[in-house]
Design a protein around this ligand. Sequence first.
Ligand code: 5GP
Length: 119
Amino acid sequence: MVYDKNNIFAKILRDEVEAEKVYENEHVLCFKDIYPKSKIHVLVIPKKEYSDIYDFSKNSTNKEKESIFLAFESLIKIYNIEISGCRIITNHGVDGRQEVPHLHFHLLAGNDVGRMINN
Ligand code: 5GP
């Protein structure tokens, strides 16, 4: 999949579009989802251009992979949700219904986020 440099998260990374940033490290940016699906809804994205989880899994460095997990650790501390918990998901492709073609993980927390699949 060819990376689309005009996607909204690429614009956020270039500071062309505003976002409410909550954490960043060398390889990762975290900001609030504009249409939150729970009290806490943060998007975790790599700073480099990766379209989806497959692209990232195949092509990212170990440091970039590690940085994603360091971001999860930091967010869990920042929001003090070690005990109450959270859900972290990523959507990929048509069946996963990924809308923005830059890899992102949704961190949902702050309330019971419900069953994972409603059927
Ligand atoms: P997806 O369906 O691709 O997994 O999720 C895309 C997410 O990006 C959605 O939850 C949507 O609310 C969020 N989103 C879309 N446009 C913007 C934006 O301009 N700013 C922010 N902060 N989030 C956005």
